[in-house]
Design a protein. Structure first.
Length: 415
């Protein structure tokens, strides 16, 4: 491949990216652009943007898939494995450690206070993500209407998240738009290679699930099936995943409480790697509550497997066709409408998160979950306001904001 770097150099660069990839997808994509385009002649701007456009079409974490695709572009399958694995593994190890500490010490008053500060900071972080995405996606009235409708149907639980994505994609295909900035290659990849790739990675993904089903491990099977479904339907990044996961994990499966889900996102925000690692924490904690430490380890590993193996399948099967896919008008318009709907999804998540931070009690009515006004918590409002000042006025990083809010909440406990 052109400009193919040595394997050792690829490991060094993607290892550095994996260790420094704090701050969510925007910061992680910027870091990859600097390392792979600006500082080294490995990829051109056009190649990088084409890769990013392709990854945004896929379900799952776009930053992890971008790392996998760029690695594949440089050194084929081995390069893709290096890029994807080194982007995930550092954060996965940190999440495993933090999950253990949470299980062991999460009930201590000082630790609870720190998590309260982290939750308040996450409200500001979600608001920042919502503003950034809205400015980039809501460029016309159809997109704005799609975002509003997605918000309303999710808030009222009129439709589940997968249905919202499917309807948005169907509506988008009715308004096709072309993108001719990526000319098609002279020929497509051999279809036999694509079939072989799908069979290999599909087998790696599904055989462990089949083994669990045959062995009668009901809980582990349920976890594997749930997170596999999540890997297929969750377009729009980790915040969209969380919006769907909250409903399913808390209300349907009853694996975690609302407070634990909020702590999960806060922890994932503090680690390097994709924010989707929140699923690993959810799996670990659910496993621990079902059967102790060994089940927590097994559930965490299954969650990681079912979250990230599909990502390698999407990338390795689709990568040879990227230039052609980016030229399909209906696919481009479907992606645009899904992105608009995701704005509504994230707005619903932000509202849900804010209400649970600012109010202690809630009631479920026909129109959705509403707060009990008498349970308003002024200290939490002060922490949210502090987080917004740090994010929007002082422009601190995500990690710095999370740390400052956690320290502020701990100081409230000491006073």
């Amino acid at each position: 491949m052109q400009n193919a770097p040595p394997i050792s150099e690829l490991i060094r660069v993607f290892g550095r990216i994996g260790l420094l990839s704090f701050g969510g997808p925007a910061a992680q994509i910027s870091l990859m652009h600097r390392e792979l385009v600006e500082q080294r002649p490995w990829l051109s701007d056009k190649q990088f943007l084409g890769a990013l456009s392709f990854c945004m079409m896929l379900p799952g974490p776009e930053a992890m898939q971008l790392a996998t695709f760029t690695g594949w572009k440089l050194r084929g399958t081995i390069g893709g494995l290096i890029g994807g694995l080194l982007f995930v593994l550092p954060g996965a190890l940190v999440i495993a450690l933090l999950g253990g500490l949470y299980i062991g010490f999460g009930d201590l008053p000082l630790v609870k206070a720190a998590f309260l500060g982290v939750q308040a900071a996450v409200v500001a972080i979600i608001l920042q993500a919502l503003i950034r995405l809205s400015g980039r996606v809501l460029i016309d009235w159809p997109a704005r209407i799609a975002a509003l409708l997605a918000f309303l149907v999710l808030f009222t639980s009129a439709l589940p998240f997968p249905a919202v994505v499917m309807i948005a994609s169907f509506v988008g295909m009715l308004r096709p738009r072309a993108d001719d900035s990526f000319p098609a290659p002279p020929r497509a990849a051999p279809w036999k290679d694509t079939v072989r790739t799908i069979l290999v990675w599909g087998t790696l993904w599904l055989v462990p699930i089949a083994v669990l089903m045959v062995s009668g491990a009901t809980f582990l099977t349920d976890v594997a099936l749930f997170f596999s479904k999540l890997a297929v339907v969750t377009f729009g990044g980790a915040y969209a995943v969380l919006a769907y996961m909250v409903q399913a994990v808390v209300s349907e499966h009853h694996w975690l409480t609302t407070a634990q889900m909020m702590d999960a996102l806060g922890l994932a925000e503090t680690t390097p790697g994709p924010l989707i690692l929140v699923t690993q924490f959810v799996g670990q904690l659910a496993g621990y509550q079902q059967g102790g430490v060994l089940l927590a380890v097994a559930t965490g590993l299954i969650t990681l497997w079912c979250t990230f193996i599909p990502c390698f399948l999407w990338i390795f099967a689709g990568a040879p066709y990227v230039e052609r896919l980016l030229q399909l008008p209906r696919l481009n318009s479907a992606l645009a409408m899904i992105s608009a709907a995701i704005v509504g999804v994230i707005a619903n998540l932000g509202l849900w998160f804010s209400l649970h931070v600012l109010f202690e009690d809630h009631v479920v009515v026909d129109l959705g979950t509403l707060p009990v006004l008498s349970s308003f918590q002024p200290m939490e409002l002060a922490l949210v306001a502090f987080g917004c000042v740090l994010i929007f006025a002082l422009r601190l990083s995500v990690v710095a904001t999370l740390s400052a809010c956690a320290l502020a909440a701990m100081n409230f406990v000491w006073i």
